[in-house]
Design a protein around this ligand. Sequence first.
Ligand code: PBG
Ligand code: ZN
Length: 318
Amino acid sequence: MRLRRLRKSPRIREVFADTEIRTNKLIMPMFVDENLSKPEEIRNMPDIYRFPLRKLVDKAKEYDGLGVKSILLFGVPKHKDSTGSASYDKDGIVQRAVREVKKETDLAVFTDLCLCEYTDHGHCGVIKGRKIDNDSTIEIYAKIAKSYAEAGADGVAPSGMMDGQVKGIRKELDSSGFEETLIMAYSAKFSSSMYAPFREAVFSTPSFGDRRTYQMGYSGIREAIREMELDVEEGADAIMVKPALFYLDIIREARNSFLLPIAAYNVSAEYSMIRSAAKNGIIDLDSVVDESLNAIFRAGADIVISYFTEYLMKRRKS
Ligand code: PBG
Ligand code: ZN
């Protein structure tokens, strides 16, 4: 047997490739910022911007034209307070962005659902004493979910890692007539150093402590499965593993354990590290983008949320 027969030319390699980057399955994260009048590039994330509303809609239209299928929206509000009340304002920045993007494009629109961009202390939930209060936070998540659904979001993606959040959100959506709004749950979300560029971008670094009482420690495998199992039971439509590249084993566990769609979040510092190494001439950008994204699909992800989506779609068009 000569396995090299299957590798003998670019075309043969392409035809027999075992896994591939499925561009229809990429989700592009986007940031809309209520405080801006012009786009601002995010430090350490070249080509990724925070946009004022109108520019975000223009960019979304461009994505639509490039063949991008879906986006995941994050908001930066003007007003922050201790309970993150701007998050469920029906005219909040994300709610307005969803309405506009749905009106002007065919994109599927998902909204990240969390409080850390909206609280003045930067935690993902409300604080009682020095603790993040799980259950009262869920009541606020439910209000946010309803407001995103009302704005026309196809799905919400709760990322705060409160216990029971999927159940609380599902209940609220169902009882307010949004049975068809889906939940893509950040289920196995690890407390990771790889979110640093993101937190800087949306000003959500916690002002005290860290997120380790609600996000998972990176040593967990069985705990990750339990987290995913609970979200499945609570009614998640898709479950997510985050980050992606250091957690390929968890993606594979998810693939082998569940029948739901598995999403993986190729997070901010995964993007920054590759961009930075390429800029310094250490690696070739195109090859590493291909290899790393292929690895995430190969591990078993059905859907990949990646800041490289725009880059890839542009490259495929040109
Ligand atoms: C909000 C949220 C975070 C990310 C997605 N949703 C940050 C965090 O948990 O601190 C990280 C995304 C990235 O790094 O690209 N909870
Ligand atoms: Zn958060």
